[in-house]
Design a protein around this ligand. Structure first.
Ligand SMILES: [Zn+2]
Length: 222
């Protein structure tokens, strides 16, 4: 079908072949491997950009079967599909400043796990996160309170930062805070009744990652 024009400018043998031969991840391990492989291609500046063309999108008209759910930050520098070199229909994404767990986020996650059956949930934080930085600045009394709704975001971040050593230098503090915030979101997911059940029944695997702005690497947490 109408591949000729769109594909001609690329390398049809590798790029279009990848669409057809790449197997759908069957479990969380394969889903994570897919993300890691895609992130490596992205870092190497060798992305495939599969799963974008009209022919692929037409496969998706009737239904979706994303292989992973990503809770990421709204930050314009951290678009999950680019970072993992995946395309339409691959990721179910939730993006809020600071990749926080707000009430509606839980409902969206429940939908992803119980209806779409994505085997993997990734909480994706990133270096230089403004929302986390604002929370840190408040805790170190560097800044006056924010606007009301921004303040409510910060209120959701702060509990996860309570164990941080606030005396370390600013750069180390922010970096530790970003990781602590990812772990805090993970903890809230895994301690919610539905999250607890899904994890216990091994319907889903939960992982955390930190995106490095300069290198493009996602460092998955142990
Ligand atoms: Zn951010």
């Amino acid at each position: 079908m109408g591949m000729a024009l769109g594909v001609a400018a690329e390398e049809p043998s590798t790029r279009s072949g990848a669409i057809d031969t790449e197997l759908y991840p069957r479990n969380a391990d394969e889903a994570l491997a897919r993300l890691q492989d895609g992130n490596q291609r992205f870092m190497d500046e060798n992305p495939r950009h599969t799963h974008e063309k009209a022919a692929w999108r037409s496969h998706l008209v009737g239904s979706q079967k994303p292989f992973a759910t990503v809770l990421g930050c709204s930050d314009s520098r951290v678009p999950p599909e680019f970072i993992f070199d995946v395309g339409f229909g691959d990721l179910f994404t939730i993006r809020l400043a600071g990749n926080i767990i707000a009430e509606d986020v839980v409902g969206t996650l429940q939908y992803a796990v119980s209806h779409l059956h994505t085997p993997l949930v990734v909480v994706l934080g990133h270096e230089g996160c403004g929302a986390v930085s604002a929370a840190v600045d408040e805790m170190t009394h560097k800044k006056a309170k924010e606007l009301e709704h921004i303040e409510s975001l910060i209120r959701l971040i702060k509990p996860g930062l309570s164990k941080l050593d606030l005396k370390q230098n600013q750069e180390a503090l922010l970096s530790a805070a970003v990781e602590a915030n990812v772990r805090w979101s993970m903890q809230q997911i895994s301690s919610s009744p539905e999250g607890k059940r899904a994890l216990r029944e091994r319907r889903v695997t939960l992982v955390g990652g930190i995106y490095e702005l300069a290198t493009g690497r996602v460092r998955f947490l142990e």
